[in-house]
Design a protein around this ligand. Structure first.
Ligand SMILES: O=C(Nc1ccccc1F)[C@H](C1CCCCC1)n1c(-c2ccc(Cl)cc2)nc2cc(F)c(F)cc21
Length: 233
């Protein structure tokens, strides 16, 4: 049985990523808001565009803290952020949804999201993804590292220097693999399952533009930033 050892550098890298991840805590508010009141489809759509807009800004700050990111080619930095923003939003939503809440609150939250205005056909795939994330019982380190790994995906559209991005993503994958072995000793395939979620995440983000334009209301307004990041308008 190979003894898994996290090196000093890997501990330091994990600390930097988790601290940066902890700084982006806005999403808790959205769960609290949804639990407080029932909103109209228009209000829910507005809340989504506000949350998603602030989430993009938050992800930019998080990404800038990833060691080495700011030394990448500037156009590649933009390509990585643009290519991962929607995935990061759904990953964040799933992590918010997986938070254990007082009795019954998770049921209310699910109900409110089901009725928020999302078209019927997207609700099942979205909740299937969220429930698969819940089933993993991810630790904070795993959530933070997985978010960083998602952002540092070398094969995003328009990325020129794949090698440079791989060089940043690899150490994250190495330390995530070790963290998974140490935190889930009974599940040798846990790391593989975790990465498998990223494949499911990509299929979910495949419909994101349609999920927005088919929100059950007329005249969908998007912020300029969201028009940039989402393929809408
Ligand atoms: O705000 C949101 N997500 C979100 C965005 C940025 C940072 C953090 C976030 F949680 C929206 C709300 C918006 C208001 C109406 C209900 C859905 N949201 C989604 C979601 C995201 C995108 C599409 Cl196209 C469809 C649903 N899934 C959620 C699961 C949750 F547990 C949760 F608390 C909120 C969630």
């Amino acid at each position: 049985k190979e003894k898994v050892e996290i090196t000093k550098e890997q501990k330091a890298l994990t600390k930097v990523i988790v601290e940066a991840y902890n700084r982006h805590q806005i999403p808790q508010d959205v769960a609290k808001k949804l639990l407080q009141d029932q909103y109209s489809v228009e209000e829910n759509f507005l809340l989504l565009t506000e949350m998603a807009t602030s989430q993009v800004q938050v992800i930019v700050e998080f990404t800038k803290s990833i060691p080495g990111f700011l030394s990448l080619d500037h156009e590649d930095q933009i390509a990585l952020l643009k290519g991962s923003a929607v995935e990061a939003m759904f990953l964040r939503s799933a992590q918010v949804f997986s938070k254990k809440m007082p009795n019954g609150h998770n049921g209310i939250l699910e109900e409110r999201i089901r009725k928020s205005g999302i078209s019927e056909e997207f609700i099942t795939p979205m909740f299937n993804f969220y429930k698969s994330i819940i089933g993993l019982h991810m630790s904070l380190e795993e959530q933070a590292l997985l978010t960083a790994i998602t952002i540092l995906t070398p094969d995003r559209p328009y990325v020129k220097d794949h090698q440079a991005v791989e060089k940043l993503q690899e150490p994250m994958l190495d330390v995530l693999r070790k963290v998974c072995v140490l935190q889930h000793p009974q599940e040798p395939q846990y790391f593989a399952r975790l990465l498998g979620r990223l494949t499911e995440l990509r299929t979910l983000t495949h419909y994101h533009a349609e999920m927005l334009t088919s929100w059950r209301m007329n005249d969908h307004k998007f912020t300029p930033l969201l028009c940039e990041i989402w393929d809408v308008q």
